[in-house]
Design a protein around this ligand. Structure first.
Ligand SMILES: *[C@@H]1O[C@H](CO)[C@@H](O)[C@H](O)[C@H]1NC(C)=O
Ligand SMILES: *[C@@H]1O[C@H](CO)[C@@H](O)[C@H](O)[C@H]1NC(C)=O
Length: 339
């Protein structure tokens, strides 16, 4: 509805001749209408912000119901992560005066939904979702590839975060592949994550930082396997069952990207969120969901065929999907083709 409304408004406001063209309304009424519309939008600036994404509540507002439903309907096999994320984001967004920015660290194997969850958060916070000018995604291998350039990357990253938060306090930064990030890079933005009211006149307290890494995936998987071996339901796994395994592997792993960083020393990460490895049934769910997303009739036969061809580990139990739900859109294409 918005684009059409936008067009009409632009036409009426900027083209007086167009006003006369509106039939059968008389010019007088039309001019009055245009004036009323102009009055409605008190100033040019307001009109501008109506059309152009801006750092205002019309473009940035948290939809709790939206996030909750998305987590329930679109994220599979992650009851622990779902709960923690919803609580963390809701608590933070409901607090009018947070003392520090929200820092979430998401852990688990590839394809378990870490990226996906950060997209869901963005979609339920920014009207433009991941396309918002206020959402920034950094990927270690793409943005910070060369070891020798560490010092430059540090300066650049500081500048980017500072510049963007100065523009809009409610900015979101996603750091993908934290485990591939050079030691110390994330340390460069540490002051921004801390409990400062302001730094050089900029407040970072409304910003959201999401760190994604594979670190801890193995120990999270081990907990899930232990539950399975003990004949217990996966849904019985609670956060505290995973926390110990997670903290040991995150804090002691040189490759975690958080290694020795003062993020951990100073407790700047608000939540460590564990993502469980996915099972066959979750791969099927992801596949069915992908078909629905594409407007196809969900076909269990096709999707099960695809899921059966995935590789599962450990070797004996064949319980967890190695690629998780990653690349399902591409893989599904193969099974959708007629033989
Ligand atoms: C919040 O999300 C729900 C579910 O997606 C949607 O129906 C509702 O319109 C959204 N609310 C706002 C204010 O955008
Ligand atoms: C904001 O971040 C982007 C990277 O996502 C960067 O290219 C841009 O220069 C930053 N803006 C400011 C004002 O620093």
């Amino acid at each position: 509805m918005r684009p059409r409304c936008k067009l009409l408004l632009l036409w009426v406001l900027w083209n007086p001749a167009a006003v006369a063209a509106i039939e059968p309304i008389s010019t007088g009424i039309a001019v009055g209408m245009a004036a009323a519309l102009t009055g409605l939008f008190a100033s040019y600036r307001d009109i501008f912000y109506y059309f152009q994404e801006s750092c205002r509540p019309d473009w940035i507002s948290y939809n709790r119901t939206g996030l909750e439903q998305a987590l329930q309907k679109k994220l599979f096999g992650q009851h622990v992560a779902s709960r923690v994320i919803l609580k963390a984001v809701t608590g933070y967004m409901n607090n009018p005066n947070p003392k520090k920015p929200l820092v979430l660290s998401l852990h688990g194997w590839t394809g378990t939904g870490k990226n996906f969850v950060s997209h869901l958060i963005a979609e339920n916070l920014y009207t433009e979702g991941m396309h918002s000018r206020f959402v920034h995604l950094f990927t270690a291998t793409a943005h910070f590839p060369h070891e020798k350039d560490l010092e430059m990357y540090k300066a650049q990253l500081q500048q980017w975060v500072k510049g963007n938060v100065s523009n809009c306090g409610r900015s979101m930064f996603i750091f993908d592949e934290m485990d591939k990030m050079q030691t110390g890079l994330i340390d460069s933005i540490k002051p921004y994550l801390d409990y400062y009211e302001q730094l050089d006149g900029v407040s970072y307290r409304k910003a959201i930082f999401i760190l994604l890494s594979n670190t801890g995936g193995e120990s999270i998987g081990k907990v899930a396997l232990d539950f399975w071996n003990a004949g217990r339901e996966r849904e019985e796994i609670e956060l505290h069952d995973l926390e110990k395994a997670l903290s040991l592997s995150v804090f002691n792993n040189k490759k975690s990207g958080l290694w020795h960083t003062s993020l951990i020393d100073k407790n700047l990460v608000d939540y460590f969120v564990p993502f469980l490895p996915l099972e066959y049934k979750h791969v099927v769910q992801c596949g069915l969901n992908e078909m629905v997303t594409r407007g196809l009739k969900p076909d269990t036969n096709v999707v099960e065929q695809m899921a059966k061809d995935f590789i599962y580990y450990p070797k004996e139990e064949r319980l967890f999907s190695v690629p998780g739900c990653k690349l399902i859109p591409n893989k599904l294409n193969f099974y959708l083709l007629d033989p």
